[in-house]
Write a protein that binds this ligand. Structure first.
Ligand SMILES: Cc1cc2nc3c(=O)[nH]c(=O)nc-3n(C[C@H](O)[C@H](O)[C@H](O)COP(=O)(O)O)c2cc1C
Length: 174
């Protein structure tokens, strides 16, 4: 599958088959994350891979009760070990670096026949206490992983002319 086809195939999967993800496939996902770029190459990402059903059910509660979070065979809890910001642009390392690595995971998952969903609706304090994550660690996002039991809906996206312009800012709205 070429990269654009992989991108087109990815969707937010909210129903999973009752089938574990093979450890080799999980390793491949982590390898995809490991190879991601990061500002100053700080590689601040840390991933807690949760497959234990009881812990997944606790994570579901921490994630606004979203049912598929407990149903997915794997929940990746994506953290950063820095809360620093980039000097000049002021953007946080954590959310940018960890998000790039997570999207590597999401696209690698497609290539392995797996599906994923980003989870931003969660209470960090609850996740911290469930997984025993130290207070100096930022919990950036969760991601469910598994074999899909649903089908993608056609993606709703803005047209190209609404999101890109050339040379100088030239958007009618926003
Ligand atoms: C940072 C982020 C957080 C998200 N959080 C959730 C979430 O908590 N629950 C959920 O069902 N979907 C969540 N999503 C999925 C988005 O709703 C989804 O990506 C968007 O609707 C586009 O659909 P698609 O991923 O199927 O193309 C999240 C996506 C991103 C990128």
């Amino acid at each position: 599958m070429d990269i654009l086809e992989t991108i087109k195939t990815r969707y937010s999967c909210r129903s999973y088959q009752n089938k574990p993800v093979e450890p080799e496939k999980l390793n491949t996902l982590m390898e995809a994350a490991r190879l991601a770029p990061s500002a100053r190459n700080i590689q601040d990402w840390r991933f807690v891979i949760v497959t234990d059903p009881q812990i997944r059910r606790s994570l579901q509660q921490a994630a606004a009760g979203q049912e598929f979070v407990g149903q997915a065979p794997v929940v990746i809890v994506a953290c950063s070990c820095t809360n620093k910001h980039m000097n000049l642009c002021g953007q946080p390392y954590a959310s940018i670096n960890v998000s790039i690595a997570l999207e590597h995971i999401a696209l690698a998952a497609v290539s392995l026949g797996l599906a994923t969903c980003w989870i931003g609706s969660f209470k960090p304090q609850s996740v911290r206490s469930i997984l025993n994550i130290p207070t100096h660690i930022e919990i950036v996002e969760l991601m469910t992983v598994g074999y899909p039991a649903d089908r993608p809906k056609s993606p709703k996206r803005l047209s190209l002319d609404r999101i890109a312009c050339h040379e100088t800012w030239d958007f009618r709205e926003s």
